[in-house]
Write a protein that binds this ligand. Structure first.
Ligand code: N01
Length: 499
């Protein structure tokens, strides 16, 4: 069977997911003249994480001017750090205005992908089978909630739900509310609802480093200026990108001075906002700042310092119908239990069954420790690229910027296939191995590994699943793809692996 490039036609591209990455993918591909694009979305709306998370206080701790598509800068942002509903509305608006929606098949989960050289066979959840030349995974990272395995959780008499499945029918006013966790999500929730509830109990397993979030509401004159002079919008994007990349992003990969600055800012935040010395002590981490994902939040410390709030640091023993019992035998009576316990970060495109060349199965290949070449490609899976794939730079960066650079890389791959009339591009085993070996060494020098904490960054390999060098280095590598890292096959060439 001949490939699309030698047939001289445009490739049929399947994109899995219509969140931020899927929207960006359609726009970037179309701009590069790859117009035969179909997006498969399991839900009935675009937005991904911003559609699924609706908890009170939901906001983005990356500045709005930078947490924007480079092709759709937004003079209308109302705050320096956007709230969730405004970002979701932005995603929907961009999808509409850039005519992305007509490419999307909503309510269509993808059950399986199977490489049948040189094409991919895609099977939807309803059993429909379609064929594509190229597959782009845009499924996001943190979309499968992790529920804690507390004994008795199912017997709790009140309302219990994960933060990403917020039950808006549950009234909080005057209720006794428990929040499990002190990650970015829990801190935003506690900051947002403590004033409404009768009693707030936060179950903390590990204290967090937390720096203030310098929130600012933008004035109408600012918006008018940005509308009038669009170059100022670009300036804002570059300004925040540059500042964030230079400061704490560098701190995680070895800049001791930046790291010191983060610790000092966090301790100052604690001193300024938690008057009680004993509470301050229980909130003080005993590991290095930025070892876990740094938290930007100005509302948590004042909330937990209120008289009707309590920080519970005894481990949770079990859940009983009346509330939560801790290891010291104390029963914390509750009406509502919020599980802000995070996400499975190792699934990426899974549980979609992805079968590559020679029957290679992606889930088996990864085995709980997903790896990819430059976070985008996996040996044995030709013409398949991932956005926000394993070991990408995540941390506290704008994932939109990362995705857009990855799309430049994918477009360069497609251009290469077109120009060289290739049937497939597949990353070489040795390129993948060398890259991951170097990464394994380098990750040991980052604060995620040396900082003395455990975090969701770790996977079954025992190492953090993150990019260990400077984020700028990653962006540069996406801008200059190395085709020598790929097998380039033409129609009729033998596959690398026997079926
Ligand atoms: O989840 P988390 P999250 N018993 O995994 C605790 C992004 N995000 O939803 O630290 C008791 O960080 C757990 O304790 P410990 C961002 O990338 C971005 O808050 O493991 N406690 C921890 O405190 C973020 O990193 C924004 O000891 C248990 C908490 O639950 C990622 O999402 C906003 C437990 C989980 O924290 C995930 O954040 C919000 C148990 N069995 C989130 N299990 C932006 O602004 C877990 N915990 C862009």
């Amino acid at each position: 069977m001949a490939g699309w490039a030698s047939e001289g036609r445009t490739p049929r591209v399947a994109i899995i997911g219509a969140g931020m990455s899927g929207i960006a993918a359609v726009v970037h591909l179309r701009r590069a003249s790859y117009t035969d694009v179909t997006v498969f979305e399991k839900a009935d709306r675009v937005g991904g994480t911003w559609r699924e998370n609706t908890y009170p206080g939901l906001s983005c701790d990356v500045p709005s001017r930078w947490y924007s598509f480079s092709f759709a800068l937004n003079p209308e942002w109302t705050h320096r750090y956007s709230y969730g509903p405004e970002i979701q509305a932005y995603m929907e608006r961009v999808a509409r205005e850039f005519d992305v929606e007509r490419h999307i098949r909503f309510d269509t989960p993808v059950a399986a992908l199977r490489y049948d050289a040189p094409e991919w066979e895609l099977t939807t959840g309803a059993g429909e089978t379609l064929r594509f030349d190229v597959v782009i995974s845009a499924t996001g990272i943190l979309h499968r909630p992790v529920l804690p395995e507390f004994e008795g959780l199912e017997r709790f008499a009140g309302a219990a739900f994960h933060s990403a499945r917020w039950d808006h029918s549950v009234e909080l006013e005057g209720k006794r509310v428990g929040v499990v966790g002190t990650g970015s999500t829990a801190c935003q929730i506690v900051g947002a609802i403590t004033d409404q509830v009768a009693q707030m109990r936060v179950f903390q397993r590990t204290p967090q480093w937390m720096v203030p979030l310098p929130q600012v509401e933008y004035r109408s004159v600012t918006k008018a200026l940005l509308r009038r002079f669009p170059s100022l919008q670009r300036y804002g994007y570059d300004f925040y990108k540059d500042r964030m990349m230079r400061t704490f992003s560098e701190a995680t990969v070895g800049d001791a001075e930046q790291q010191q600055a983060l610790s000092e800012a966090s301790l100052q935040n604690l001193a300024d906002n938690v008057p009680d010395a004993e509470l301050r002590e229980r909130l003080t981490p005993d590991y290095q700042a930025a070892c876990k994902r740094l938290i930007f939040c100005s509302t948590f410390y004042p909330a937990i310092s209120q008289p009707h709030a309590e920080l519970v640091t005894e481990p949770i023993a079990r859940v009983v119908p009346e509330g939560v019992e801790t290891a010291d035998g104390v029963l914390h009576e509750l009406d509502v239990l919020v599980l802000a316990t995070g996400f499975d970060h190792t699934s990426f495109i899974l549980p979609t069954r992805v079968t590559g060349e020679g029957g290679r199965d992606l889930e088996t290949t990864w085995d709980g420790a997903p790896r990819a070449h430059r976070a985008v490609a996996v040996p044995g899976f030709p013409n398949f690229w991932m956005l926000e794939g394993p070991t990408g730079p995540v941390g506290n960066l704008s994932l939109i910027t990362i995705t857009e650079h990855q799309l430049e890389y994918v477009v360069a791959m497609l251009d290469r296939m077109r120009d060289e009339q290739l049937a497939s591009l597949e990353v070489r085993e040795e390129a993948f191995r060398d890259y991951n070996q170097a990464m394994k060494q380098a990750i040991r020098n980052t604060v995620w590994y040396t900082g003395g904490c455990t975090s969701w960054y770790y996977d079954k390999s025992g190492l953090p699943n993150l990019y260990p060098w400077s984020p700028q280095r990653y962006l540069d590598s996406m801008r200059a793809p190395r085709f020598d890292e790929y097998y380039e096959r033409r129609d009729g060439d033998a596959p690398a692996r026997a079926a």
